[in-house]
Design a protein. Structure first.
Length: 237
């Protein structure tokens, strides 16, 4: 995508998750002890992942799924255990490498006939091909609303059934945290989460010609301490 704001955010996200936060992310997505704050984030992410998985069919045999921003691979693994042919892609080669190590030769994937392919790169790359489902859990939360909608527009023509994605809901608490974060030295900042009003995101999506006919079918917000995220299911025409 050519948007300057998307490209700038993409660069910051890739650098942060591949260098600054690798160890912290590896710990957060494991069973290792974490602080109370991070425990709320872990619990919230677990609930969000289960929510998105519950919106997929119980069996995914013969279906192709893109885990866009796969991180350490928990959602991709769960989908493959249902029989899906999963492509997990992330900007961070180190997180992709960790995902490969964690789920190598999983017996449940083999028993279900599922398949896992891991790639490091841009989740919007047309070369990834077409999919029945795309899941983008917390991978668009760092982008401006218009860039997030343009990302959906890039994915939609290659998605046969549905796109499940999340955004950071605009709340007073999130807006305050976002404002405070701007005062930290640039080198110490994590990629900013961009709070977006659900209604505003819906309006932008409905005004995007490429998304004509797509509809918002389900929505679920998860609040868990320092984790706040809202999921939306976009169904293909």
């Amino acid at each position: 995508m050519d948007s300057p704001t998307y490209q700038q955010s993409r660069g910051r996200i890739g650098h942060y998750f591949d260098r600054t936060a690798v160890q912290a992310w590896a710990q957060l997505t494991s069973d290792a002890p974490v602080s109370r704050v991070r425990a709320t984030v872990r619990a919230g992410r677990d609930r969000m992942r289960e929510t998105l998985l519950s919106w997929l069919p119980a069996r995914l045999d013969g279906l192709r799924l893109l885990d866009a921003g796969c991180g350490t691979g928990a959602l991709a693994l769960a989908a493959a255990r249902r029989g899906a042919d999963v492509v997990g892609v992330d900007l961070s080669p180190n997180l992709v490498r960790l995902a490969q190590e964690r789920v190598a030769d999983d017996a449940q994937v083999a028993a279900a006939g599922g398949r896992l392919q891991w790639l490091s790169g841009d989740m919007l790359d047309d070369a990834l091909g077409a999919f029945d489902y795309v899941v983008a859990m917390d991978s668009l939360i760092h982008y401006e609303a218009r860039d997030a909608v343009q990302a959906l527009a890039r994915l939609a023509p290659r998605t046969r059934r549905a796109i499940l994605c999340t955004h950071a809901p605009s709340t007073p608490a999130l807006r305050a945290m976002h404002a405070i974060g701007q005062w930290f030295p640039r080198g110490d900042r994590s990629p900013a989460i961009v709070p977006v009003r659900h209604e505003a995101l819906q309006a932008l999506a409905q005004a995007e010609p490429v998304l004509a006919g797509w509809r918002s079918a389900r929505s679920q917000r998860i609040d868990s301490g320092f984790y706040r995220s809202q999921a939306t299911e976009w169904r293909a025409p």
